[in-house]
Write a protein that binds this ligand. Sequence first.
Ligand SMILES: [Zn+2]
Length: 129
Amino acid sequence: MKNTKKVKKAENLKAQKAPKTEKVDGLGKKDILKIRSAIRQVWHRSHPRKLCVQRAVGKNGFLFCEKCTKRVPKIYVDHKQKVGDIDGGFIHRLFCPSTELQALCKKCHDAKTKQERQDAAWEKVLGVE
Ligand SMILES: [Zn+2]
């Protein structure tokens, strides 16, 4: 009796853990995330992004945020229009002209990202596209 209980308990644990490590035959969620990250890596070395970073360099060689105009040690290149998930227009939205990009400081970039995530969450709740 005791043994069967132990076996059942072990099976239950396996069943609970299964969804996390489940392999998908074909294109899975993890694959999509990997592909998205790989494409973003290519964008990171792209010309439009470099142009945007150049724009943020002031006369004295320091970097400046394009929103709050403060001098910053590091710049975050942001898409004015949200890039979003992988779909038919993903690559075109990601590789937009440098005029559609803005160089922001961490504070401004985090604030914008937070706002975008909140908006997306509301859209999901309200069912708006
Ligand atoms: Zn800023």
